[in-house]
Design a protein around this ligand. Structure first.
Ligand SMILES: [Zn+2]
Length: 382
């Protein structure tokens, strides 16, 4: 069946196109036509007064709504998928925590065998965060399970076909072997939980690492004579920088700083959300550790932040507010840029002929009004 999404302004995302209708056939976008070309008897979704935007993509998200990737059950992924759809997310990369080898393996196998839901966001592959991290920068990752890259463990990840992104500290022994082997198989790498010096980041980028995990959090900071990990991430245009844009993990002024340094072709907005997202304050498990959530802020201790309780639509609005940019300026950071960084250019994160019909309607306050995944409406605000 052909559906016309008409009456709104398309954000492709880099361009605003008023007076155009998006044509969806099956699970693909098949045409963009002038709104006055829509047949009178057509099947129509009325987007009057709204923005029509590509579905949002979260490359770094552990859980939500009481569920976590490490639960390793189809029910957990289903719960997350439905929650994300309410927040305009049509594709996400379930993210693992540092844990014993068999726990990570179970989480990977679960995603690999879990069918896509017909009522929520699609899982697009696993993001393995840790355990090959620098023990000086654990953040909320359990320090006791951090270890050096072990081919006997990671070969399974690389051969699974479902692991698409690995966060590691590029300076640890054996990291380069893993990066080389993974890149050859089309896996992306992100520097995170790292004390890598400027030169060490550049060396890793030289062999194919292309992302930074939650930039600024749990990495060697910037000093004007010792640029560190942050200095390399901010200045090397080859690096896509993930940012938890919740205004808590990074101060609003630092969100603005990253937007200025990396622009809307190299910034990736993420939530890094945990199972407490969408849930009331209380105590929640994060990778086997109890995390206290108060006023929506998840903490391991007084000075260590755990995962967030943010949603990607809110993070997008934060970016607009904190950096003082328009929707069309901020939108690529949650759509086309994560798609490009994950090798999904043209298929995901854009409103273009031939792309997957992952489409979201945003109202005048940029709240999610409708979410379509693969041509099917999975969420409508009441
Ligand atoms: Zn992390």
């Amino acid at each position: 069946m052909t559906t016309y999404i008409t009456g709104g302004t398309l954000a492709t995302p880099y361009q605003a196109l008023p007076g155009q209708a998006l044509v969806v056939d099956g699970d693909k976008i098949t045409a963009v036509v002038a709104a006055d070309q829509v047949p009178a008897d057509a099947n129509v979704i009325d987007a009057s007064g709204m923005w029509v935007v590509p579905g949002l993509i979260d490359v770094h998200v552990h859980g939500s709504d009481g569920a976590d990737t490490m639960d390793a059950t189809p029910e957990a992924l289903h719960t997350m998928a439905r929650f994300f759809a309410k927040h305009g997310v049509t594709g996400y990369f379930p993210t693992t925590m540092s844990a014993p080898a068999d726990a990570i393996k179970r989480a990977i196998e679960n995603v690999a065998s879990c069918p896509q839901p017909d009522d929520g966001a699609q899982h697009l592959g696993v993001h393995v965060e840790g355990p090959y991290l620098n023990t000086d920068y654990p953040g909320a990752q359990p320090p006791s399970v951090l270890r050096l890259p072990d081919p006997a463990e990671y070969r399974f990840w690389l051969e699974s076909g479902v692991v698409k992104l690995i966060t590691l500290a590029p300076e640890v022994e054996g990291a380069h072997d893993l990066i080389r082997e993974g890149v050859a198989r089309g896996v992306e790498f992100a520097a995170g939980h790292t004390g890598a010096e400027y030169d060490q980041v550049q060396a890793a980028v030289g062999i194919g690492l292309r992302q930074a995990t939650h930039t600024f959090s749990a990495m060697l900071g910037l000093h004007h004579r010792r640029p560190g990990t942050v200095g390399a991430v901010l200045t090397d245009d080859r690096i896509y920088a993930q940012l938890i844009g919740d205004g808590i993990h990074t101060h609003p002024s630092v969100v603005k700083l990253l937007a200025r340094a990396k622009g809307n072709t190299r910034t990736i907005l993420i939530t890094d959300a945990m199972r407490a997202a969408g849930m009331p304050d209380g105590e929640y498990d994060l990778g086997g550790t109890m995390v206290r959530v108060q006023d929506g802020v998840a903490r391991l201790s007084a000075d260590v932040l755990a995962g967030s309780t943010a949603t990607l639509d809110a993070v997008l609005r934060n970016m607009m507010n904190f950096a003082g940019v328009s929707l069309v300026e901020a939108l690529p950071m949650a759509t086309a840029v994560p798609a490009e960084a994950m090798g999904l250019s043209g298929r995901k994160g854009v409103l273009a002929v031939g792309a997957d019909a992952d489409v979201v309607l945003l109202d005048v306050k940029y709240q999610v009004a409708l979410t379509m995944v693969a041509g099917r409406v999975v969420y409508r605000a009441s």
